[in-house]
Design a protein around this ligand. Sequence first.
Ligand code: NAD
Ligand code: ZN
Length: 352
Amino acid sequence: MRTIAVTASKRYNVIVGREILNDAGTIIAKSAGGQVAAIVTDDNIAMLYAERLNVALANSGYRVVQYVIPHGEHNKNANTFLSLLNFFAEHRLSHKDVVVALGGGVVGDVAGFAAACYMRGIRFVQIPTTLLAMVDSSVGGKTAINLDRGKNLAGTFYQPDAVICDVSLLSTLSDAVFHDGCAEVIKYGIIADTDLFESLKKPLNTQLEDVIARCITIKRDIVVEDEFDNGVRKLLNFGHVVGHAVELLSEYRTSHGKAIAAGMAIVTRAAARMGICEPHTLYDLLHMLHEYKLPVNTTYKADELVDACLSDKKRDGEYFHLAVPERIGKCVIKKISIEELELFIRLGQEER
Ligand SMILES: NC(=O)c1ccc[n+]([C@@H]2O[C@H](COP(=O)([O-])OP(=O)(O)OC[C@H]3O[C@@H](n4cnc5c(N)ncnc54)[C@H](O)[C@@H]3O)[C@@H](O)[C@H]2O)c1
Ligand SMILES: [Zn+2]
């Protein structure tokens, strides 16, 4: 078991280990306190892990209540958010009680947003159950729901009181959801860590705890430097400008991991052609994505992708901040115009 301390607007620990769900009561009592623990989870995860968490919390003296959301991205919406607030009120949670999100990014994002808003902020703990949630969404304090006009359009920064990553919970994930998370892991290698990237050439299952802890540490370092996403945090967006366009055009039928894999490949292909990175950087990335069964392109046309990029909420007026690799382990942020983005996408899509 290892502890990664995050010192942002709130100081909290991310604990990574195996079979630590049973210790969640003790960890949560120590880091968040309170008398009532409201577990928020989805129906898939409830079946697998909610009972164990319930017992762990009850053994630490909590009165436990539980709210189960139907699984799926489309439930990360305003109705779920409002139902959660009403649920907390019905069970008379005070601002010293704790919301415990047990799930993937969907559960974490909506439960976190509800925890941030209920009584202007209640204690909040994340227990991520997907690879993506462990390495990305549970750390850093971004919470959100989707609106009819787009993903994550309402939300807030709200750091948790603790994050508990029990790596053994990943054993029940489907291959597709696991590989989605691998795209984010590969992303960390490209933006910040050559050694991490190299280690991904060995089977992930044999080094899961190390790799997850390394990704969390990279995210921690970036978040601590730029909690509110005004600078270096944009590095975490590598592959995401184009990736979000792919998700949007597919009406979210292409998964996030696959979409950002294509986005990373497109941007890196363009960077290689422009001489920003060496050809072998591109080769290494494409090879890695292939090994993890992730796509390296999309069938959408460049102008369709650019149009979709225009509705990205992270656009800065007429400009985009694009994370571009210089080599494996180092990306830079380029502020580019819409025309330059179009060039990137055109160059990045042609497989010559
Ligand atoms: N807040 C952030 O910083 C941040 C960062 C990245 C992504 N996100 C958000 O995260 C969401 C995606 O998260 P996700 O990929 O974890 O998807 P998800 O939460 O939808 O989980 C994927 C599927 O796996 C199931 N599942 C989860 N854990 C399981 C387990 N241990 N065993 C078996 N099944 C399990 C879920 O029921 C679901 O059907 C998106 O909404 C995205 O916007 C947020
Ligand atoms: Zn992502």
